[in-house]
Design a binder for this molecule. Structure first.
Ligand SMILES: Cc1cc2nc3c(=O)[nH]c(=O)nc-3n(C[C@H](O)[C@H](O)[C@H](O)COP(=O)(O)O)c2cc1C
Length: 181
């Protein structure tokens, strides 16, 4: 019987930015997509590229989070806290990942009718437990939806808001690619 060659050492896995989002009426989705596009575009100019993964909150797994070197969380504020589907992500993954993500960088985007601070506070409290490190000011985008009709309507983001999301995605991807964090 011929001897099998020894397996090659596994290639060092690429550094990875994970963008996790949830959206009901499209604002957070548009912001996540803008960040994702800019993060991917930034890779074309970098020598040491990072992979950019985009996951809807309900599809993100413990492994997705574990494999990522940095995170961008994008979500709406609802009833003064983060939207339930985003909270579900942390409910599912918090304890399996406790003590395993220490020091990893993150940033966050919150879409809100008029506030957003409750969702920011809640997310920051949760990821402080993981000892994540915030590397950018929270980006809060107010859609000025106040009535039931305006709140239920599909959202169209301004070019300025999309640009702010793009800058965040690009900076995170570049930081990860260059190993700044
Ligand atoms: C049930 C519900 C609760 C909401 N609660 C808040 C709130 O507490 N503070 C706020 O600023 N906006 C609140 N909003 C407005 C949303 O944050 C806003 O419409 C945002 O654009 C939704 O993001 P999305 O388009 O990504 O779904 C609420 C909307 C809904 C549907």
């Amino acid at each position: 019987m011929t001897q099998q060659p020894a397996p090659l050492a596994a290639p060092q896995s690429a550094r990875r930015l994970l963008i996790v989002w949830w959206s009901v009426t499209g604002a957070s989705r548009a912001m996540a997509l803008a960040a994702h596009r800019a993060a991917c575009d930034a890779q074309e100019c970098e020598v040491q590229a990072c992979e950019v993964h985009l996951r809807q909150a309900g599809e993100a797994s413990v492994d997705d989070l574990l494999q990522a070197n940095a995170f961008l969380f994008v979500m709406p504020e609802m009833l003064g806290s983060m939207a339930g589907a985003m909270k579900d992500l942390f409910d599912r993954t918090y304890y399996p990942l406790l003590g395993r993500l220490e020091g990893r960088p993150y940033a966050l985007v919150v879409c809100a009718g008029s506030d957003g601070s409750g969702a920011v506070r809640q997310l920051e409290r949760i990821v402080t437990g993981w000892r994540l490190r915030r590397v950018a000011e929270p980006l809060i985008v107010c859609t000025h939806a106040q009535t039931p009709e305006a709140i239920a309507a599909p959202k169209v983001m301004t070019p300025e808001a999309l640009e702010a999301a793009a800058v965040l995605g690009q900076s995170l991807a570049t930081g990860v690619a260059l190993g700044i964090w």
